[in-house]
Ligand binder design. Structure first.
Ligand SMILES: NC(=O)c1ccc[n+]([C@@H]2O[C@H](COP(=O)([O-])OP(=O)(O)OC[C@H]3O[C@@H](n4cnc5c(N)ncnc54)[C@H](OP(=O)(O)O)[C@@H]3O)[C@@H](O)[C@H]2O)c1
Length: 191
């Protein structure tokens, strides 16, 4: 089992622009070419409220410009201190506060899914960067898989607003993904 922060970023380290727009990313197509291989091994998902609200506004709300059904087959935990709209039929669990008890619940769900024959082992932190940082603060983050796009944004939602310097992240893989992207896989040191 690995807890993975898998995301796309601008070259200067932002995962969304200051208005929470992803147009800069979507210009390259709707899906990172490495995503199908990645998601095969994901058993449960966690995200923050801005990420969930982006999905809601763009795809899920009754007046969404690009309507789509909820597309994750895995149970999804959404962190928020607010009451957010619920997607009909989606396995979304709203939580708040310390990430550790939530991760205990996610791991328990992974075990139940495994017993039922659904063996995808990993936990995906979809974003944003601070939620991935909270997971790191709790000593729970294992890997960062970062797809770097060929744009700079100047400002926006940060990739990972934490200092990880000594020991540094351990580079595990570098690969080109499609014509435009470079993907870096790092193992996160445990202190
Ligand atoms: N480039 C990519 O591949 C990629 C991937 C993922 C996301 N994104 C985008 O990046 C942006 C990320 O936005 P963001 O930086 O604001 O991050 P976010 O994690 O999506 O949302 C942050 C919000 O989640 C809630 N939250 C976080 N931790 C919490 C906790 N422990 N307990 C309770 N609530 C908690 C808080 O809001 P409330 O309490 O007010 O609800 C917080 O302000 C979004 O626009 C998203 O669409 C891009």
């Amino acid at each position: 089992m690995a807890v993975q922060y898998f995301t796309a970023t601008s070259l200067d380290g932002f995962i969304a622009d200051p208005n929470h727009s992803l147009e800069w990313l979507l210009q390259f197509g709707t899906e990172d070419p490495s995503y199908p291989e990645f998601i095969r091994d994901v058993g449960v998902i966690a995200m923050g409220s801005s990420t969930y609200e982006w999905l809601w506004r763009h795809h899920l709300a009754p007046d969404a410009p690009a309507p789509m059904p909820w597309f994750y087959a895995q149970p999804c935990w959404v962190f928020s201190s607010r009451t957010l709209p619920v997607v009909e039929g989606a396995d979304v669990r709203f939580v708040r506060g310390d990430v550790r008890p939530v991760f205990d619940a996610m791991q328990e769900t992974l075990r139940e899914r495994h017993a039922a024959g659904q063996t995808a082992p990993n936990i995906w932190i979809v974003g944003g960067g601070d939620l991935a940082g909270q997971v790191h603060d709790a000593g729970l983050l294992d890997e960062m898989i970062v797809t770097i796009t060929s744009v700079t944004l100047g400002q926006g939602a940060p990739l990972f607003p934490r200092r990880v310097a000594t020991p540094a992240l351990a580079l595990k893989a570098v690969r080109q993904v499609g014509p435009e992207f470079v993907q870096l896989t790092y193992q996160v040191p445990k202190s």
